[in-house]
Ligand binder design. Structure first.
Ligand code: NAP
Length: 314
């Protein structure tokens, strides 16, 4: 009898052979096939592992038991109005996701503290711009907006560098050495953040949250790291806050749309460092190990800590 199918849509058709090679060993009970393979009958598809399925496609798979994201954020899957709501959706957070995000946040926060953007501009002009940034990590309280799985995992790395880490989330958390603020305490949290790191998921509530009104609640000259989702950033407000000095500098990894359009003033702003959504991108091999773990755990009926909750929207 033909094995049930796992459809994969991530990295384009060119990436599929690698996915199949990585998944065939740990998942011998499944046939791994490409998303657009015309030879796959819809009734045979038990699972899908996807990043950005075309809206409506998942709803046309009658035997689908679960959908597995290939990244921590699944907004491009859950945002499908036709998503079959009875089918569990599982986010992918590998140990390497946290390690890589922790590295990114340490790099971004330190580059802001060290004024690395100013030095990079000076170098590009062959200018020996000798002046040392006065601050050091322990002088900065760094607040994580969205102290969830990633934020809690990254906090010890930021603390090891010397930052005093605090966090904000819908519900209060118990994280060693991290003062946790709950949803209603946002103003008190923001008032303390000399560095604000956003790790929020994309939801209707978080859309447009990084705006002028929020920046005005930060200490003057606060530094911003945005590694959540582009829908949360009001980019003109970021640029205005950088120009006025309310924000002292920013590192942005996520945008809407991506890529950032040609000619956008954010490309060249002297106080802004831009990265192309690479905050945490585990390799395909790293993600395949976690994907196989998630599928096997689902088949055993184990609780999945990264199960998407449609009621919360993340
Ligand atoms: P998670 O474990 O679900 O954590 C999300 C956190 O945000 C939770 O603490 C949640 O509060 C909080 N939250 C959500 N909505 C909120 C609201 N309206 N008000 C207050 N707090 C709210 O997710 P994660 O694994 O840490 O990932 C977080 C996000 O990081 C992803 O969704 C993705 O957007 C982003 N990400 C980006 C990259 C990149 O390369 N740039 C890579 C990976 C992930 P509760 O705990 O109280 O529910």
């Amino acid at each position: 009898m033909a094995r049930p199918v796992l459809l994969v849509k991530s990295g384009g058709a060119a990436g599929f052979d690698e996915w199949r090679g990585l998944l065939a060993g740990p998942l011998p009970q499944l046939e791994v096939r490409w998303w657009d393979d015309p030879g796959v009958a819809a009734e045979r598809v038990r699972y899908a592992a996807v990043w950005d399925p075309e809206p409506g496609r998942l709803a046309r798979l009658p035997a689908l038991r679960a959908v597995f994201g290939v990244a921590a954020g699944v907004d491009l899957i859950a945002g499908d109005p036709a998503y079959p709501r009875h089918v569990p959706l599982v986010r992918l957070v590998a140990p390497e996701t946290t390690q890589r995000m922790g590295e990114y946040l340490c790099w971004a926060a330190l580059s802001l503290v060290k004024d690395a953007r100013r030095m990079a501009i000076a170098q590009s002009r062959a200018v020996w711009d000798y002046s040392e940034a006065p601050g050091k990590a322990p002088d900065f309280t760094l607040g994580i907006l969205g102290l969830g799985g990633l934020g809690q995992g990254c906090a010890p790395m930021l603390q090891a560098v010397g930052f005093k880490v605090i966090g904000w989330s819908r519900t209060r958390k118990q994280v060693p050495g991290v003062e946790s603020y709950a949803e209603a305490e946002l103003p008190a949290f923001l008032a303390r953040c000399r560095i604000l790191v956003c790790l929020l998921p994309a939801t209707p509530e978080t859309a447009g949250m990084l705006n002028a009104a929020l920046f005005a609640q930060l200490p003057h000259g606060a530094l911003l790291v945005q590694a959540g989702r582009g829908s949360q950033t009001v980019l003109p407000d970021v640029l205005a806050a950088l120009d006025s000095g309310q924000l002292g500098g920013a590192v942005l990894d996520v945008f809407e749309p991506e890529p950032l359009p040609d000619g956008h003033p954010a490309w060249s702003h002297p106080k802004l460092t831009l990265t192309p959504h690479v905050g945490s991108l585990p390799t395909r091999a790293e993600r395949a190990v976690q994907l196989a773990r998630n599928i096997l755990a689902f088949e055993r009926g184990d609780a999945l800590p990264t199960l998407y909750d449609p009621a919360k929207g993340y």
